[in-house]
Design a protein around this ligand. Structure first.
Ligand SMILES: O=C(O)C1=C[C@@H](OP(=O)(O)O)[C@@H](O)[C@H](O)C1
Ligand SMILES: C=C(OP(=O)(O)O)C(=O)O
Length: 422
C-alpha cells in the first residue's frame, strides 16, 4: 500500500487468519543502536533493523551531525562515525519520534556547539522538561521554553557527576541520560527521582544496547545506575523483531482463531510489550484488571481486544498514555464508544472496557479517527476483523513504526477497501 488511502475499510475475514510473516525490526532497539553506533568510533553494522518514519528521522538527524549512515538494504544500516558528533547548522527535525527526540537531546550535550531539536505539531505537545531540567542540573546549557520541543542545546560536553531525573512521564528521559553518559567527561550516576519507573523493561533494553557497544553500566539497586565514561566502540548487532508490532498479530490470531507464524516465540523477545502475549492468550477471558505500566505500547491492542472479552477489563498504570503520540486513553475511549456507545469509559486515568462478545459479527459502520497515532490505527483494525463497517481514517499513519502493516494484513487474506487519498 505505497500510496496511502484517506481511509481503509476492513472486511472481516470469513476464515481464521493463518500464515507466516516477517515482522519489522524493533523501533526501540534500532533507534538506540543507531545513536550508540553514531557515538562510537569506527563502522557498525545493524541488521534486522526497522526502516520507518521514526528510524528515518533518527538516521537523518545523525547524518546532519556528521555521521555516515548508509542503508545497503531494506533492513540494514551501516554507521561510520568518528566518536564525536559534529554540530548541525540546521535544526534537527524529528517528526513525532519520541525516542529520537529524547535520546538526541541528551546526546546533543556532547556536541561542541548549538543544536536545535524540533518535531511536528504532535511532538511539540510532548513533555521534555524533566530531561531538560536534569541536563541543566548537570551543567548543560539547554532550554525548551514551552516544556516541550523545540529544544536548544548549547553543547560543551557533559561533566560527570550525579543526576536525579523524574521519569514519571517517560522512561525515555532515563534512557537518554544513560546513553549519553558513556560519552561524558567522567562517570555519571543516574538516579530516579520517584524511586520506581513504569516500563522498566525499556531501561533494560538501553543497558543491553549500551553493553553491545562496549558501554559499562552498573545498577545501584533498583533506582540508579553508574555509567563509566568509556565512550562506545563500533560493533555489529542484530535487531530483534518489534514486540509491539507482534501484539497486533497475536491479537488477530486469537480473534479469528487462526495461527500466524511471526518467526519468534513470545518468550524470545527482550522488549517489554512481549509480556502482553500472555494476556492476549487468555482471551476471551482476559483478567478483570490489567496493569499496563510495564507494556504501555500494547495497551491499545489489549483495549480493543477487551471489547470482545467475556468480562469487563480495567486498565491501570496507564496515566502516561495521555502524553504519547496522542492522549491514548481518550482516543481509545472515544473510538470504542464510536463503535458502540457505552463500550468504554475513563475513570481518572484508568480505562474501563466493557467487553461484549456479541459485538463479533455485527454491522456497525464506524469511521475511526486515528489522531496521527499508528497504534490507534493498528489496534482498531483488529475491531475490523470482527465487526462489519470499520473504516480506519488516515491509515498511512502506521508508517511511524510499521509501514508494511496493511500489506501484512492483506497477505494474511484480509480484504481492505481503500478510499482515494485526500
Ligand atoms: O524507550 C523506548 O524505546 C520507549 C519507551 C516508551 O515510552 P515512555 O518511556 O515515554 O513511556 C514507549 O512507549 C516508546 O514507544 C518506546
Ligand atoms: C509511544 C510511542 O512512541 P515514541 O514515544 O517513541 O514516539 C509508540 O511507539 O507507541
Amino acid at each position: 500500500m505505497t500510496n496511502p488511502a484517506s481511509a481503509l475499510t476492513i472486511v472481516p475475514p470469513k476464515a481464521p487468519l493463518r500464515g507466516r510473516l516477517v515482522l519489522p525490526g524493533s523501533k526501540s532497539i534500532t533507534n538506540r543502536m543507531l545513536l550508540i553506533a553514531a557515538l562510537a568510533r569506527g563502522t557498525s553494522r545493524l541488521t534486522g533493523a526497522l526502516k520507518s518514519d521514526d528510524t528515518k528521522h533518527m538516521a537523518a538527524a545523525l547524518r546532519m551531525l556528521g555521521v555516515d549512515v548508509r542503508e545497503p538494504d531494506a533492513t540494514s544500516f551501516v554507521v561510520t562515525a568518528s566518536g564525536t558528533l559534529q554540530p548541525s547548522a540546521e535544526p534537527l527535525f524529528l517528526g513525532n519520534a519520541g525516542t529520537a527526540m529524547r535520546f538526541l537531546t541528551a546526546a546533543a550535550a556532547t556536541i561542541q556547539g548549538t543544536t536545535i531539536l524540533d518535531g511536528d505539531a504532535h511532538m511539540r505537545k510532548r513533555p521534555i522538561a524533566p530531561l531538560v531540567e536534569a541536563l541543566r542540573r548537570m551543567g548543560v546549557a539547554i532550554d525548551a521554553p514551552s516544556g516541550c520541543p523545540p529544544v536548544r542545546v548549547d553543547g560543551a560536553g557533559i561533566p560527570g557527576g550525579r543526576v536525579i531525573v523524574d521519569a514519571g512521564l517517560s522512561s525515555q528521559y532515563v534512557s537518554a541520560l544513560l546513553i549519553a553518559a558513556a560519552c561524558a567527561n567522567g562517570p555519571v550516576e543516574v538516579v530516579l527521582a520517584g524511586g520506581d519507573i513504569g516500563a522498566r523493561g525499556y531501561i533494560d533494553l538501553t543497558l543491553a544496547a549500551m553493553r553491545s557497544f562496549g558501554g559499562q553500566v552498573t545498577p545501584m539497586g533498583q533506582t540508579g545506575w553508574t555509567v563509566a565514561a568509556t565512550g562506545y566502540r563500533a560493533a555489529d548487532a542484530m535487531v530483534e523483531p518489534d514486540a509491539s508490532a507482534a501484539t497486533y498479530l497475536w491479537a488477530a490470531e486469537v480473534l479469528t482463531g487462526g495461527k500466524i507464524d511471526i518467526g519468534l516465540a513470545p518468550d524470545r523477545f527482550s522488549q517489554p510489550d512481549a509480556k502482553a502475549q500472555a494476556l492476549i492468550a487468555a482471551f476471551p477471558n482476559m483478567p478483570d484488571v490489567i496493569d499496563g505500566s510495564q507494556m504501555q505500547d500494547a495497551v491499545p491492542t489489549l483495549a480493543v481486544l477487551a471489547a470482545f472479552n467475556n468480562r469487563p477489563v480495567r486498565f491501570t498504570g496507564v496515566a502516561n498514555l495521555r502524553v504519547k503520540e496522542c492522549d491514548r486513553i481518550r482516543a481509545l475511549s472515544t473510538e470504542l464508544n464510536r463503535i458502540r456507545s457505552g463500550l468504554a469509559e475513563e475513570e481518572g486515568d484508568d480505562l474501563l472496557v466493557h467487553g461484549d462478545p456479541e459485538l463479533a459479527g455485527q454491522t456497525l459502520p464506524t469511521a475511526i479517527e486515528t489522531y496521527a497515532d499508528h497504534r490507534i490505527a493498528m489496534a482498531f483494525s483488529l475491531a475490523g476483523l470482527k465487526i462489519n463497517g470499520i473504516r480506519i481514517l488516515d491509515p498511512g499513519c502506521v508508517a511511524k513504526t510499521y509501514p508494511g502493516y496493511w500489506d501484512a494484513l492483506g497477505a494474511l487474506g484480509v480484504r481492505l477497501v481503500p478510499e482515494a487519498g485526500a
